[in-house]
Design a protein around this ligand. Sequence first.
Ligand SMILES: O=C(O)CCC(=O)C(=O)O
Ligand SMILES: [Fe+2]
Length: 291
Amino acid sequence: MSQEPDRHAASAESRFSAGTRQPFELSEELAAQVDALGLGRYLDQLRDEGYTILPEVASDAFSARLRETCLRLAQETQGPAKGYTAALLLGRDPIFEEVVLNPKILALVEVMCGKGALLSQLITSIRPKGAPSLPLHADQNWTPAPFPVHNQLFTMCWAMEPFSEAEGSTKVIPKSHLHKRHPTPDEIKQQPGAIATECPSSSIVCWDGSTWHGNYPRKTEGERVVLHITFSRLALRTVENYDHLDQAWLEGKPEAMRIMLGREDFLGSTTIERGSADYRLIPRSFEWAKT
Ligand SMILES: O=C(O)CCC(=O)C(=O)O
Ligand SMILES: [Fe+2]
């Protein structure tokens, strides 16, 4: 092994002693980026209301190209979701690299999930006229309540055509992030204080992982095409990676072994063919996460 000092290695003390930045407490460098990108008031709204709408995140020509790409890839999904979703999008067309490296997106992600945040999901949804509404939820569904003070998960919806209630836009409950918990069954039904997000194409609607949101049924002609971009904090990724222990190794071993290797929950279960995570695993995963 080389005796060269590792340039990334911190001193033993500093490795453990770095202070924790509090939510929305930005480093000088990040504050300068936020200023340069004109993101200040959108971050204020994220902090105070739990959501924001960022306009003109790219040109309309870029959004149109993104829309076409999403529609094309949704045709590669197999089964019932064909034409309605496309998942695992990074690497399937270079346009998604431009999306996740968009400077405004990267700055928002660092504020909301810290440095080292991970791309958790990059998936498109296509909702035609008649698409039903998505029930109210907080995206931190695999985080037990009360939610930590630090946001865990950050979702951005890239609108590729205008958003309004009739067009089936995202629904949010402003300030619901302050509850720091999942909505109750009654709140899911009553949706107290829900509003429709409204914006032109090429905007990003985004929210804190604690914010209660869903969407409205689509009542208009055409299709709502949205790219859902979710990042998470790096915190709970495992120290060791056991992906090399395959099906053959697991053969005949108890279920507890599959569970501790994450093979029985929905995380990591997305396939291109299915166009989503394995929905059969979701209820149990969300339940486990809340125990
Ligand atoms: O489709 C929408 O408008 C919201 C979807 C949603 O809940 C999400 O992306 O987390
Ligand atoms: Fe959501």
